[in-house]
Design a protein around this ligand. Structure first.
Ligand SMILES: *Cc1c(COP(=O)(O)O)cnc(C)c1O
Length: 394
């Protein structure tokens, strides 16, 4: 039918109820057409440049370089408007939704970071906007709730089950299935049924494309390591994708090991998960012996997700991406190191990537690493463990 392939090796696919098949096919056709359209690209570039603040800097962190024993560059996605890489994807998809003639954006959010990015693009591009959020998350994340409401989004509280992200996702998909004519479901990571993993990767690849240009200009060669944290995998695949065929560049994905890999409190879907069908795709997720999805855990909300996108799962199986786990405690150490060393308060998610360098200090000193600083840590300051750690240091 002239559509794109739905799978990465055995991973991916489109495992959804019948009612979502037609909306997904419509989305795929619209995306493939938009991708070929110069005007679409021009418009996205306009918003990237003038609204997001792209290109984001590639910053040589001299103090961290000295500490870790190699040249460390930080890709400053934290400097995007709204403080993280999530806006890249939301802008791309909102422009796609407008092209498709949709009037309303529907999304779910856990801690509120994705919901905030969706509410932001809804405001600037004049969409109605409905965000589903678990009752427990609404209580825990009151600041993001206020921000989303200020931006004009309607928040729907979800009180089923664990009252968190999993149930909110089901509700958002139900809403979409009931209103496919006028509504667009805006998924926040490179997960879910085809074509979402392809769409999200495409819009997040701006990170890797810029990095490639910037590092070549600074160093005259490609880096030895690219390091990114993995929740669903969107900032990682966005950084890695333009480097996939550069065999000498090692691609390091870092998962949240939470309280330790054998503690039962982690989000190690690649290191500890099994394959199965989750959120519409065949992929890897943490599950019990009967294949039920287990609750994940991480100190960083963005990594607290029990599954991973299908393309990442495939590239790990192929051996192209190496995976490593970093605990809460190790991430908190990196959080303090980048703050006191570079004057940057980084998201706890991104600190997982940074901690990988801290743990592998036996580098040859002429090596170059690029760490994806996926977001700002200002959102993490109300976390008690972050502030307790600071007190202990004083
Ligand atoms: C949401 C989030 C992540 C994790 O999502 P990915 O899709 O794996 O990139 C990482 N860092 C920050 C700052 C986030 O907000």
């Amino acid at each position: 039918m002239g559509l794109s392939k739905t799978k990465y090796g055995q991973f991916g696919g489109r495992f959804v109820p019948e009612t979502l098949m037609e909306p997904l096919l419509e989305l795929e056709r619209a995306f493939l057409a938009a991708r070929r359209d110069r005007d679409f690209k021009k418009e996205l570039d306009f918003y990237f440049k003038n609204y997001c603040g792209r290109p984001t800097p590639l910053y040589l962190a001299r103090n961290l370089s000295r500490r870790y024993g190699l040249k460390v560059y930080l890709k400053r996605e934290d400097l995007n408007h709204t403080g993280a890489h999530k806006l890249n994807n939301c802008l791309g998809q909102a422009l796609l939704a407008r092209r498709m003639g949709k009037k309303r954006l529907v999304a779910e959010t856990g801690a509120g970071q994705h919901g905030l990015a969706v509410a932001t693009v809804a405001a600037i591009l004049n969409f109605d906007c409905t965000i589903y959020m678990g009752e427990r998350d609404i209580k825990r994340q009151s600041e993001n709730v206020r921000k989303m409401e200020l931006l004009g989004a309607e928040l729907v509280e979800v009180s089923a089950g664990s009252k968190t992200l999993k149930e909110a996702t089901s509700e958002a998909m139900r809403d979409w299935a009931a209103h496919p004519q006028d509504s667009y479901y805006l998924l926040g990571s490179a997960v879910g049924p085809h074509p979402y993993p392809l769409i999200v990767k495409t819009f997040q690849s701006v990170i890797g494309l810029e990095t490639k240009k910037q590092v070549l200009k600074e160093e005259g060669r490609l880096p030895d390591y690219l390091v990114a944290c993995i929740g669903g995998g969107s900032n990682a695949i966005g950084l890695f994708y333009p480097f996939l065929s550069e065999d000498r560049v090692r691609l390091i994905g870092v998962e949240a090991a939470g309280k330790g890999s054998s503690s039962g409190h982690h989000a190690l879907s690649l290191l500890r998960g099994q394959t199965g069908i989750f959120h519409g795709a065949y992929t890897r997720f943490i599950q019990d012996d009967e294949g039920q999805v287990l609750n994940s855990y991480s100190i960083s909300a963005g990594l607290d997700y029990p599954g991973v996108g299908p393309e990442i799962a495939f590239l790990v199986q192929k051996g192209r991406i190496e995976v490593s786990g970093v605990t809460d405690e190790e991430a908190l150490i990196a959080f303090r190191e980048i703050a006191s060393g570079e004057g940057i308060i980084a998201a706890l998610e991104s600190c997982h990537a940074l901690a990988w360098l801290d743990k592998h200090r036996n580098f040859t000193s002429d090596r170059i690493a690029v760490v994806n600083l996926s977001g700002s840590g200002l959102k993490d300051l109300k976390n008690r463990e972050v502030m307790d750690g600071k007190k202990n240091n004083e």
